[in-house]
Design a protein around this ligand. Structure first.
Ligand SMILES: Cc1ncc(COP(=O)(O)O)c(C=O)c1O
Length: 380
């Protein structure tokens, strides 16, 4: 199957009992055994569920992986990866990973004896220099949230091999439509399926995809033991959202390109971060590594924080909201919303200014999106 066909069809077949074109929602906690020691492939929904299995088969196919595990949230998927390491181990992470990930590492996991070093993942030498004999995991994002930095996956795989590390990539912003990190040799791909992969702000979910059976077995065991599973209904909703992933992403990216160009030419805009712009410091790498630039844009206004605040309070069509990747255009203020719990000094060090505005460009008519931005910028 070609990619677009996989999105619509992979892992999904009509229900054998009724012919239902959509997989049934197996809303059950448990399964009756035929006799002692003999079940029909399922025993308890914390371990597995037929609706979840269909979603996992579809997600594995579109990410180009052997195995997928569907989680109750993106964060619980990240947590399962971090449970592959033990007290005394060290993790190197990109310095512009999602704020909730930093919160988990710095406020919770650190108490369990795991050490973290953050580095600019656009600089392979800095990544290499941060590795110690105790390093077990490299945790990366590309493009990063919210500065849209591009991480060179070939370089990261080489570093991982040199030092025998597990390399994990949060590919939420890119989606498998534009980037498939497993094809580069990355060990684990993670998505917050809350975002583009479900696409309509209808659920909270996450997924891990891998080609390595050893990692799959461990992560599946961790999930089955703890139970951060996605509910059958959420799995079904996710499957519905996924069917149009390729169409949605093409539109998100097309309109985001127009919005980025509009912003770059606007006199009230100081800088625009969008990997599709020639002015992006890693535009060439983005072009080589990705087949499109997705729908996320960050920018700063010449009037700084106050102008940004006025802009965000003046939008009419856009929603001022946390999250991203839905069909509706959303505007976010990372410093007070998604990254509010990252200490202010750390935000400054990362280059995440208080004036930074993040846009998740939706699939409404591009003219309406540009008009709303135009009227809001006039007030900023
Ligand atoms: C890049 C990225 N990774 C992970 C997460 C966490 O996912 P979730 O909110 O589904 O737990 C988010 C949420 O915003 C995100 O943007």
């Amino acid at each position: 199957m070609k990619f677009d066909t996989k999105v619509v069809r992979a892992g999904i077949s009509p229900d054998p009992t009724t012919g239902s074109i959509l997989p049934p929602i197996y809303q059950t906690a448990t399964y009756v055994l035929e006799e002692v020691g003999k079940d029909r492939g399922f025993d308890y929904t914390r371990s597995s569920n037929p609706t979840r299995q269909v979603l996992e088969a579809n997600l594995a196919a579109i990410e180009g992986g052997e195995y997928a595990i569907s989680f109750a949230s993106g964060m619980s998927a990240v947590d399962a990866v971090l449970k592959l390491v033990s007290a005394g181990d060290h993790v190197v992470a990109g310095d512009d990973v999602y704020g909730g990930v930093t919160r988990h590492f710095d406020n919770i996991l650190i108490r369990y004896g795991i050490d973290f070093t953050y580095v600019d993942s656009t600089q392979p030498e800095a990544v290499r220099d941060a590795i110690t004999p105790k390093t077990k995991l490299l945790w990366l994002e590309t493009p990063t949230n919210p500065l849209l930095k591009i991480t060179d996956l070939d370089a990261m795989v080489a570093i991982g091999k040199e030092h025998d590390l597990i390399v994990g990539v949060d590919s939420t912003f890119a989606t498998p439509v534009f980037l498939r990190p497993l094809e580069f040799g990355i060990d684990i791909v993670m998505h917050s399926t809350t975002k583009y992969l479900s696409g309509h702000n209808q659920l909270i979910g996450g997924v891990l995809v891998t080609n390595r059976q050893d990692l799959f077995d461990q992560m599946k065991y961790i999930q089955k033991t703890i139970g951060a599973v996605s509910s059958p209904f959420d799995c079904w909703l996710n499957l519905m959202g996924l069917k149009t992933l390729h169409l949605r992403m093409a539109r998100h990216a097309e309109t985001a390109g127009k919005v980025a160009e509009y912003l770059e030419a606007h006199p009230k805009i100081e800088r625009v971060l969008y990997p599709g712009l020639a002015s992006h410091p890693q535009h060439d790498l983005a072009k080589a590594q990705m087949s499109g630039f997705s729908g996320m844009i960050s920018f700063e206004l010449t009037g700084g924080t106050e102008a940004g605040r006025r802009l965000m309070n003046s939008v009419k069509l856009f929603y001022l909201a946390e999250s991203l990747g839905g069909v509706e255009t959303m505007i976010t203020h990372p410093a007070t919303m998604t990254h509010a719990e990252v200490p202010v000094e750390d935000r400054r060090k990362r280059g995440l200014s208080d004036g930074l505005v993040r846009l998740s460009v939706g699939i409404e008519d591009a003219e309406d999106i540009l008009d709303d931005l135009d009227q809001a910028l006039a007030k900023a």
